[in-house]
Ligand binder design. Structure first.
Ligand SMILES: Nc1ncnc2c1ncn2[C@@H]1O[C@H](COP(=O)(O)OP(=O)(O)OP(=O)(O)O)[C@@H](O)[C@H]1O
Length: 265
């Protein structure tokens, strides 16, 4: 087994305001290894985004510990090696007056500074990521004129321009059509082959069990963490238990595949 990139130990999290406390995560233990493609699945409100935000240091830990590359996040330089695409990245782009090239290059701001000029190697890397995501023909277009799927690719390119070792994606295929979802997963496969660790939050269980190496099912607690084969071999009762609410498997063709899941209630 390769070394651990993220170690999440006994992590709990509550949103607190004056009137109420909402528990988002309870006692989560999860280790993610270098080069793995891990999908985090769970129903709405199950704590997926909260867990990603804690891992990325966007939210402050309340209970437990998260180690990145064996170190506390503050002592680690690893955060520079993480590319993140948030759930709402594409919707922020509406009405934003910038071209695709400008948005993707902005991914280098942390490395190059806000006002420094980009280098020749930055433009070479820009060419590479635009080609990888098949958006090189859009480079001079205003981002606000793109479709949802194209915009999502632009934000993935922006996360990739730094050559991250880890890519963290929060529901990246939301609002994208089937054809574009397929080519999006092809990109992830290429990145995985190149050694990138991928952490993907999604509702798309059918696609995920084909693509990811491991599946983690979250619903406040971590109900299951195992290989995609172990996940695939769960029976309906187990699946409902690990997913955290009653589910019915919908089989396709002759193969028993949990391509889709539906509420029983
Ligand atoms: N800013 C906030 N203030 C209060 N409660 C919040 C806040 N953000 C999230 N929550 C609550 O925390 C819980 C977990 O939310 P979270 O966004 O992590 O879930 P999720 O699994 O990512 O959901 P979805 O699939 O709908 O994106 C939910 O009950 C949610 O209502």
């Amino acid at each position: 087994m390769t070394e651990a990139v993220f170690e999440i130990n006994n992590v709990s999290y509550e949103y607190r305001d004056r009137l109420e406390h909402t528990t988002a995560l309870k006692d989560i233990n999860l280790t993610i290894h270098k080069g793995d493609f891990v999908a985090i699945v769970g129903p709405n409100g199950s704590g997926k985004s909260t867990l990603l935000k804690l891992i990325l240091g966007i939210k402050k830990l309340q209970t437990g510990e998260i180690l990145i590359d064996g170190k506390k996040p503050k002592e680690s330089t690893f955060s520079e090696k993480i590319g993140y695409v948030s759930q709402k990245a594409a919707s922020f782009a509406k009405g934003f007056p910038a071209t695709v090239e400008e948005v993707v290059l902005a991914g280098l701001t942390k490395k190059r500074g806000l006002f420094s000029r980009y280098k020749k190697e930055d433009y070479a890397r820009l060419d590479d990521v635009l080609k990888l995501l098949d958006i090189d023909d859009l480079r001079d277009k205003n981002i606000s004129l793109l479709s949802g799927g194209q915009t999502q690719r632009v934000f993935i390119a922006r996360a990739l321009i730094n050559n991250p070792e880890i890519l963290v994606l929060d529901e990246p295929t939301e609002g994208i059509d089937a054809k574009n979802i397929h080519s999006f997963y092809e990109v992830l496969t290429k990145l995985k082959e190149a050694g990138t660790t991928i952490l993907l939050v999604t509702h798309d269980i059918g696609v995920v069990i084909d693509q990811a190496d491991e599946v983690a099912c979250l619903n406040e607690h971590l109900h299951f963490h195992g290989t995609n084969n172990e996940f695939r071999n769960l029976n309906e009762a187990d699946l409902s238990k690990v997913y955290g609410f009653p589910l019915q498997l919908v089989s396709h063709d002759h193969d028993r595949q949990c391509c889709e899941v539906a509420h029983n209630d």
